[in-house]
Design a protein around this ligand. Sequence first.
Ligand SMILES: N[C@@H](CCC(=O)N[C@@H](CS)C(=O)NCC(=O)O)C(=O)O
Length: 330
Amino acid sequence: MGERYQLYGGGGSPYSMKMRAILRYRRLPHDWVLMSGKLRTELKHDGPRVIPILRLPEDGSLHVDSTPLAWMLEERHSERSLIPDDPDVAYLSDLIEDMGDEWATKMMFHYRWFREEDQRYSSRQIISDNSPGVRGDAMIEAARAITVRQVGRMPLVGCTPENAPIIEGSYHALLDILDAFVTRDEFIFGTRPSIGDFGLFGQLKVLASDHTPMLIMRTRNPSVYDWVRRLADASGIDGAWHRWEAMRPEVDDLLRFTARYYLPFLAANTAAYADGAETFTVELDGQPFTQAPFKYQVKCYDRLRKRLASAPSGRLLDRLDATGCLEYLQ
Ligand SMILES: N[C@@H](CCC(=O)N[C@@H](CS)C(=O)NCC(=O)O)C(=O)O
């Protein structure tokens, strides 16, 4: 085991891509290991059956959930932190990370499983990574089984045909915002990437690979495609944070985007969960969006609100207010 982290994941898993890109940017010695059923049994991890899993070098302990993992790395290593040193900027970075993890993932899941040609490519890719030696009929059968399972999960995460126009519209809107500023060394909060960049990156990396969203990104917003391609390994980037006063205007566009799609969803999800409702409908960008309440996102909302309540600064509140976020976060 030695001095290196092990990251167990899959090439089609957005949170695995996020964690791998973080380890690379932070220059932390690690091995990238493709997870398989056999390996999962050998690892004897008794936590949630998800990827990625990070194994610590010193004691072999196994840990999941990319946001807490990223924060654990922050505690363990101070060089090349992902957290902007200005706490107000850091809050915005966390908000954007959360939006990437929890809203942009709907884009990823929708495009992956909505159209047959996407199902065909994605299911095969997942099996190819997680099932060593599988080919021919066995590959076809395993790909079919995972397609059935994942398509069955679509309504649980709101990826229904009725919600498709909202999800696709939000993908286009996000690409357009990023397209307005990404260049070779530019990230959301400076010339170095933040946890917010990596939250978006995880989902965008998969969207840049799955068939239909890849074509959209490459033809409509090729500069975003390039940005994603580079952020996959940013170990050579040595940048700086912008000061609050020099924050680029596109950050406000990202915040307005968050207020248009993600935060109303998050608020309605929490209310519906508290009421024990089976489903809820919320208006997003002027259109009704319906899904069943999702427990994990209740925690996300709680965390964002508590953090803001614990350290409110006037300029942060003003910015959140001006972009439409504040009404959901107070
Ligand atoms: N919040 C977790 C989510 C991890 C997650 O949902 N991973 C997916 C793959 S990207 C998974 O393993 N799902 C279980 C399954 O597909 O069986 C994180 O940020 O790491």
